[in-house]
Design a protein around this ligand. Structure first.
Ligand SMILES: C[S@@+](CC[C@H](N)C(=O)[O-])C[C@H]1O[C@@H](n2cnc3c(N)ncnc32)[C@H](O)[C@@H]1O
Length: 242
């Protein structure tokens, strides 16, 4: 399709238990080129090298969704603060039966992602401009999603306040983190207890090429989130729970 992009997915079966089909490989490649083109006018990513993109955007996005990759999973995911479409777009490519909502507060990024999703032939993607705090209070969105993903949007306690109100009871949220400290774990436990959830998994790994440290923190919603949450726009990050 394009030159200069070598999608090296040799170890994906070993590390993810999953391999992309030829069509999915083409979509990943087209995603790379779309992001690089968009980067010229939007600040989407500092990662432009193809191998680094494969590891830090594609593999990293899918690592947090490993439990879904082994199934013919057909639920609804919301990617909160999706930015350039991560982890949401790799998720939509890999999970062909899922529906993926890409939410971001920056209109121009969302307009770009809408066009990109169409170019990639992703009919399972919907996009929206909005703040997670407002969406969590919107009756049409609250308690609607099976899974939420959130990467590089804020402290874990803030991410929990953005994600849990949007999940159905039993739904899960994956918080993508780099390092993970005891202090963060304690604060997150307190926050999720307030929000009607619990931490069900903390998975530490290293990126397969660079060896950079990653943690995926999985939350599960176990009860209705109290009506007071999420708090008004800006408050979760100004006064984090926990
Ligand atoms: C650093 S970028 C991360 C983008 C992407 N998730 C990734 O990992 O590459 C953070 C994004 O979150 C969005 N964002 C921050 N706070 C938000 C909120 N409360 N609601 C919706 N989007 C938010 C910003 O507009 C920005 O695009």
């Amino acid at each position: 399709m394009t030159s200069g992009f070598a999608l090296d997915v040799r170890n994906w079966t070993e590390t993810l238990g999953w391999q992309p089909s030829p069509q999915q490989q083409q979509q990943f490649e087209a995603l790379y080129h779309g992001i690089i083109a968009g980067n010229q006018r939007l600040n989407l990513t500092r990662i432009t090298d193809p191998a680094e993109f494969t590891e830090k955007h594609l593999w990293d996005s899918l690592y947090g969704l490993r439990p879904l990759l082994t199934d013919d999973w057909s639920g609804e995911i919301i990617d909160i603060g999706t930015g350039g479409g991560f982890p949401g777009l790799p998720a939509a490519i890999a999970l062909t039966k899922s529906r993926v909502m890409l939410l971001d507060s920056t209109r121009k990024k969302i307009q770009f992602l809408q066009t990109l999703a169409q170019e990639l032939g992703l009919s399972n993607v919907t996009v929206a401009v909005g703040r997670a705090e407002e969406w969590g209070r919107d009756r049409r969105q609250r308690a609607r999603y099976d899974w939420a993903t959130i990467r590089a949007v804020g402290p874990a306690t803030v991410c929990a306040e953005y994600c849990l109100p949007l999940l159905k009871i039993g739904g899960k949220a994956v918080l993508y983190r780099g390092q993970w400290t005891e202090e963060e774990a304690i604060a997150l436990d307190r926050a999720v207890t307030i929000l009607g959830g619990e931490v069900v998994d903390v998975s530490a790994t290293f990126l397969p090429e660079s060896g950079a440290e990653r943690h995926c923190i999985t939350l599960q919603k176990t009860a209705q989130t109290p009506a007071a949450y999420p708090r008004m726009v800006g408050l979760p990050s100004q006064k984090p729970l926990g």
